[in-house]
Design a protein around this ligand. Structure first.
Ligand code: C2E
Ligand code: MG
Ligand code: MG
Length: 498
C-alpha cells in the first residue's frame, strides 16, 4: 500500500516537473529571438513528447489494473477458471442454439482430503482443473469451477451427438489418469450429469436443477459415470421422497429388524459372536440394507435408525447372555453420518449406563472412509469410545483410502478384510497377495483379522493357512433372524461341549 502510494507521488511530482518545464520553456520562447529560439522550440518539443509518453504509460497501466480486477472478479483464485457467477451469467446469455451443460464432481474428494489433507486437496483441484480445461477446450468446451470439487462445462451442440460422446470420452480419460502428488498416487474419477439447452430447460434455474438431478443420479450409481437428464430422473427423485416418507414411518411402526450373522474363530472352530445386519419388513418383503441405508444416510434418518440398532443389540445381548450364560460379542455397523452426529457418544454412554451391558461385548464397525474423512477428530472420538470399553473394527478394509500412517494411530481392535478380496483370492494371484499382506499388517499392528464373505471350504482353508484369526460368511452361516441365531448359539455350545 505505502509502496504504491510512494510511486504514485513520485509519478505526480515528475508530471508536475514536466508541465512546469514546458510552461517555463514557452515563456522563454516568447521572449527569445533567432537561433536561441529554435533550440528552445526543440527542447519544448522534447519535454512535450516526454509528458505525452508519461501520460500514455499511466493510462495503459490503469487499463491493465482495471482488466486484472475485472478478471479477478470473474474467476476463481485457486484454479484461475471462471467461477459460478460467470457461469450463471453465461447461461443467461446463451444464443438460441443447442448447447450441452455438464455438471461434474470429483468422486470421493472429501475422503481424499481427509486422508491427505486440505493442501493436497487444493493441489489436486488445481491439477484436475487444468486437465479438465485442456480436455474440454480441445473439443470447444468452456470450463467453470463452481465450488469445492464441482465443475461445470459448456459444450456447443446436443447431449446425444457423437461429438459430445467424443468430448466426454476425452474428458474422462484425461481426468482418470493417476494423479501423483508428494509421492502419493491417487486415482480419481468424475461423476457427470448432462442437460441440453433449450430442450431440458430454457431458463438457467430449470437447466441447473435438471443438470443437478442427472449429477445426483451419476453419484448414486457409484460415480465414474455420465448420466444424461431425462424426465424419469425427476420421477425417480419423487419416488425417493416417497420411500423416505415410508422409511420414516417404518421406524415408528417397528418394521425394522436385525438379523445376526455368526462369526467363527479359525483357531478353535467355535462361534465368537455375531454381526447385526438390519432388514426392513415392508409388506410381505424383507428389504436388504443396500436398498434403504444410503437413503437413510442421505436424509439423516440413519441417526435414529442407528440408535435403534444399538438399543436392540443391547437388549438382545442381555437376553442371549441370560439364556446361554455365555459371553458374546455383537458387531454393529456405524454409518458415516451416525459417527459424525454430535449425539453419538452421549447416546452410547447413556445406553451403557441404562442397560449395564459389558461394553466389550459390543464391537463398533466403522469403514476406513469414515475414519479418514476427518482423521484427527476421528482419533479423538475413537479413543473416547475405546475408553468406554467398546471394541472397534474397520469394516470393508482395503476398499477405501487408508493412510498407513493414520492406521497405526487409530485405536482399533480388528480389521475386517472386504469380501471382494476374499471372493477371488483362490484364483487371482494379486488378491491372494493382498489378503496375506493385510493379515500380516493387522497382526503387526496388534489387531485381530477377520475375513468377510467366506463362502467355500477352500477359502476357509487358505485363510487358516495364512493365520487369519476369524471368518464370517455363508460357509459358516448366512445372517439369521434372532430366534435362529439363538438356536445356532445353542448348537455351537453343544459342539464345543461334545
Ligand atoms: P457389511 O457390514 O460389510 O456386511 C456384510 C454384508 O455381506 C452383509 O450384507 C452380509 O449379508 C453379506 N455377506 C455375508 N457373508 C457373505 C458371503 O459369504 N457372501 C456374500 N456374497 N455376502 C455375504 P447385508 O446384510 O446386505 O448388508 C450390506 C451392508 O449394509 C453391510 O455391509 C453394512 O455396510 C450395511 N448395514 C447392514 N446393517 C446395517 C446397520 O444396522 N447400520 C448401518 N449403518 N449399516 C448397515
Ligand atoms: Mg459390517
Ligand atoms: Mg463389510
Amino acid at each position: 500500500m505505502s509502496t504504491a502510494w510512494n510511486s504514485r507521488r513520485t509519478a505526480y511530482a515528475l508530471l508536475v516537473c514536466l508541465i512546469a518545464a514546458s510552461v517555463a520553456l514557452s515563456v522563454l520562447i516568447e521572449r527569445s529571438t533567432g537561433a536561441g529560439m529554435t533550440r528552445l522550440v526543440h527542447l519544448f518539443d522534447v519535454v512535450a513528447l516526454l509528458t505525452g509518453a508519461f501520460l500514455l504509460y499511466h493510462v495503459q497501466a490503469r487499463f491493465r489494473v482495471e482488466q486484472q480486477l475485472a478478471y479477478q472478479a470473474g474467476h476463481d483464485p485457486l484454479t484461475g477458471l471462471a467461477h459460478r457467477r460467470s457461469f450463471e451469467a453465461r447461461l443467461r446469455s446463451l444464443p438460441a442454439r443447442p448447447h450441452t451443460v455438464v455438471l461434474g464432481t470429483i468422486d470421493r474428494f472429501s475422503r481424499i482430503v481427509g486422508g491427505y489433507g486440505h493442501g493436497f486437496g487444493d493441489r489436486m483441484i488445481i491439477g484436475l482443473a487444468r486437465r479438465i480445461q485442456h480436455a474440454a477446450e480441445e473439443c470447444g468446451g468452456e470450463v467453470y469451477r463452481l465450488d469445492g470439487a464441482n465443475f461445470a462445462i459448456l459444450y456447443q451442440g446436443r447431449r446425444d451427438s457423437p461429438e459430445f460422446d467424443t468430448a466426454i470420452g476425452a474428458l474422462r480419460a484425461r481426468a482418470g489418469q493417476p494423479y501423483v502428488c508428494e509421492s502419493h498416487e491417487v486415482f480419481t474419477t468424475l461423476s457427470l450429469g448432462a442437460v441440453c439447452y433449450p430442450q431440458d430447460g430454457a431458463e438457467p434455474d430449470v437447466l441447473l436443477r435438471n443438470a443437478d438431478a442427472a449429477l445426483q443420479a451419476a453419484r448414486q450409481a457409484g460415480g465414474d459415470t455420465l448420466v444424461r437428464y431425462s424426465e424419469s430422473l425427476n420421477a425417480q427423485a419423487g419416488q425417493r421422497l416417497d420411500l423416505e416418507a415410508q422409511l420414516r414411518r417404518a421406524v415408528e411402526r417397528g418394521e425394522l429388524e436385525l438379523h445376526y450373522q455368526p462369526q467363527q474363530s479359525l483357531s478353535h472352530g467355535g462361534l465368537i459372536g455375531f454381526e447385526a445386519l438390519i432388514r426392513w419388513r415392508r409388506g410381505g418383503d424383507l428389504v436388504a440394507p443396500g436398498h434403504f441405508i444410503p437413503l437413510a444416510e442421505e436424509s439423516g434418518l440413519i441417526v435414529s435408525i442407528g440408535e435403534w440398532v444399538l438399543e436392540e443389540v443391547c437388549r438382545q445381548l442381555s437376553v442371549w447372555q441370560a439364556d446361554s450364560g455365555r459371553r458374546l460379542v455383537i458387531a454393529v455397523n456405524i454409518s458415516p453420518r451416525q459417527f459424525a452426529a454430535p449425539g453419538f457418544l452421549p447416546h452410547i454412554e447413556a445406553l451403557l449406563a441404562a442397560t449395564h451391558i459389558d461394553p466389550s461385548c459390543i464391537e463398533l464397525e466403522i469403514t476406513e472412509g469414515v475414519m479418514m474423512e476427518n482423521a484427527e477428530s476421528a482419533i479423538v472420538l475413537l479413543q473416547r469410545l475405546r475408553a468406554l470399553g467398546l471394541r472397534l473394527s474397520i469394516d470393508d478394509f482395503g476398499t477405501g483410502f487408508s493412510s498407513l500412517a493414520y492406521l497405526s494411530r487409530f485405536p482399533i481392535d480388528k480389521l475386517k478384510i472386504d469380501q471382494s478380496f476374499v471372493r477371488d483370492m483362490g484364483t487371482v494371484k494379486e488378491q491372494s497377495a493382498i489378503v496375506q499382506a493385510t493379515i500380516g499388517l493387522g497382526h503387526s499392528l496388534g489387531m485381530t483379522v477377520i475375513a468377510e464373505g467366506v463362502e467355500t471350504e477352500a477359502q476357509r482353508a487358505l485363510l487358516h493357512g495364512w493365520q487369519c484369526d476369524e471368518i464370517q460368511g455363508y460357509h459358516y452361516s448366512r445372517p439369521l433372524p434372532a430366534k435362529a441365531a439363538l438356536n445356532f448359539l445353542h448348537g455351537s455350545m453343544q459342539l464345543r461341549a461334545a
